[in-house]
Design a binder for this molecule. Structure first.
Ligand code: PLP
Length: 394
């Protein structure tokens, strides 16, 4: 590869895939595991694909230390589809529980922590679907809405300031939050503390496998692959088994949104996204070779710390996110004017640093520094930032 085509991809998603993963996929592209066929040409019910699926589940279990009372599901439709699936499946689980307790028909409450664009969209979807639940009144409680409280996203207030529903007084179906807000560059530094009777749900689409996480604290952990895990097309759900309920219990829901149908069929009720699952599998192998998530976290911390330090030490760049809520995956910052931001992006592209533009809804600069980006990649960005600042000193 010539130097002029070496690109550093800071895109938020679809994002950079580790080069060893791409090279392995290239090597196996026409002939996977001696089958004489491409992985894309294998039946999803064939032995060679079955082996890939099982290995992918095993490696994910090992990397995340997933307890045996959880299931791993490979779904389609992106994380956005899960906004609806989670609502329907966990309302069903709550209705089943209420029936057992003789509390049919009582109000069900759902708590959402809204800290950025993605948790806001998830809450909106739940709010939209409330009228489709016929057996119980359902109330969506925005236990936290940072934009409503502060006029903008960019911080996560301490839990003492949240308005979580008391599960000893109400029937709480779940507490939902987005662990890392990809657009606003906001990340939870600690797992929210919820009553053990209430399932905690986390969208980890953009910080999946960036650091160790205690799965046992969660009812559901889920995320799309195309940020930190592989190509677009597959969404991974890790769900505690007691939350899987029969299709005939709870709200009517499309088969393809039903977690128990997926679990009972080992994610093969219909044709799963075989190539995307294979690519996720290669990424998991790469993470294991690097020493697992404790090692990965160390590198990610160094990358984020040096980039935030460069911003702090500069008089040109400003990070709009409050220091204790900053993402170690999506680093957002601003320059004094939009014209300077344009010039900054133009100069970056001339240096083959791609996709640094902030999300269209917020503008500014966003450097997504997922697992696939090396410390050297971040160093290159910092060097350019320093050079650009030097040039624009008054
Ligand atoms: C990208 C993203 C989504 C949406 O993913 P799609 O696959 O486009 O549906 C949801 N949540 C977070 C945190 C994301 O980064």
């Amino acid at each position: 590869m010539s130097k002029s085509t070496h690109v550093i991809n800071f895109g938020a998603g679809p994002a950079k895939i580790p080069q060893p993963v791409l090279l392995k996929a290239q090597k196996e592209f026409l002939n996977i595991n001696g089958t004489g066929m491409s992985v894309m040409e294998l039946s999803h019910r064939s032995k060679p694909f079955g082996a890939i699926l099982e290995k992918t589940k095993q490696d994910l279990t090992e990397l995340m230390n997933i307890p045996s009372n959880y299931s791993i599901l490979f779904m389609q439709g992106g994380a956005t589809t899960e906004f609806a699936s989670i609502f329907y499946n966990l309302i069903a689980a709550k209705q089943q529980e209420l029936k057992k307790q003789g509390k049919e028909g009582e109000e069900i409450v759902v708590d959402y922590l809204v800290t950025g664009a993605w948790s806001n969209k998830a809450a909106q979807e739940a709010e939209r679907l409330v009228p489709t639940i016929v057996d119980n009144p359902v109330r969506i409680n925005r236990a936290l809405d940072v934009k409503k409280a502060n006029g903008k996203f960019g911080s996560i207030p301490p839990q003492t300031e949240w308005n979580l529903t008391d599960p000893s007084k109400h029937n709480v179906a779940y507490v939902y939050y987005c662990d890392n807000e990809t657009v606003h560059g906001v990340e939870f530094q600690v797992t929210p503390h919820v009553d053990p009777s209430v399932p905690l749900v986390a969208d980890v689409s953009s910080n999946f496998l960036s650091r160790p996480i205690d799965v046992s604290k969660y009812g559901i952990i889920y995320g799309g692959a195309q940020k930190n895990l592989g190509p677009a097309g597959v969404t991974i759900i890790i769900i505690r088994n007691d939350l899987l309920v029969d299709l005939n219990v709870g709200p009517v829901r499309p088969l393809m949104l039903d977690f128990k149908t997926a679990a009972d069929n080992n994610s093969m009720y219909n044709t799963p996204p075989t190539f995307a699952i294979y690519m996720v599998g290669l990424t998991l192998e790469w993470l294991l070779e690097r020493g697992g998530l404790t090692e990965v976290e160390k590198v990610n911390q160094r990358k984020a710390e040096k980039l935030y330090l460069a911003i702090e030490q500069s008089s040109l760049y400003k990070c709009p996110v409050e220091p204790h809520s900053r993402s170690h995956m999506n680093v957002v910052f601003r320059l004094p004017t939009e014209d300077l931001e344009k010039e900054f992006l133009k100069g970056a592209e001339e240096r083959n640093m791609q996709q640094l533009k902030g999300h269209r809804s917020v503008g500014g600069i966003r450097a997504s520094i997922y697992n696939a980006l090396s410390e050297e990649d971040v160093d290159a960005l910092i060097n350019y930032m320093n050079e650009f600042e030097e040039k624009h000193k008054a």
